[in-house]
Design a protein around this ligand. Sequence first.
Ligand code: 5GP
Length: 130
Amino acid sequence: MPSIFTKIIEGEIPCYKIAEDDDFFAFLDINPNAKGHTLCVPKKEVDRLLDLDEQTYMGLMAFSRKVGLAIEATIPCKRVGMTVIGLEVPHVHVHLIPLNTMANATFQNKVSLAKEEFEEVAEAIRAKIQ
Ligand code: 5GP
């Protein structure tokens, strides 16, 4: 059965899309640690980061860097943190999280955003993608 992220990539489940190329897809996390929290995923469905072939792994990092720079240019924050966990969704994804305090990195303090706020932040980040 396809993962929830494959369904998002294929447009079966809606998302706030940030960027896409032939191999990778980025969209806002639906339960964000901070405004602008974004997930970058390879279209190839693989569960664990270290099981990616080297080319996909390196491509995912390059794609995530591009998206992370756009987040940093959009969201006031000290830096954008990168985390890979994957205990909830078995489809590799890089979390890009605007950080101001350590609490933003813990996945315990969540922010609640209205649909309009998700749309607004997604559009602002998209506009900064180089
Ligand atoms: P992890 O697998 O790294 O522990 O966490 C999975 C992440 O995916 C969580 O931060 C969760 O909020 C996010 N997530 C789970 N389901 C969906 C979904 O349907 N849409 C979006 N945009 N994010 C999701």
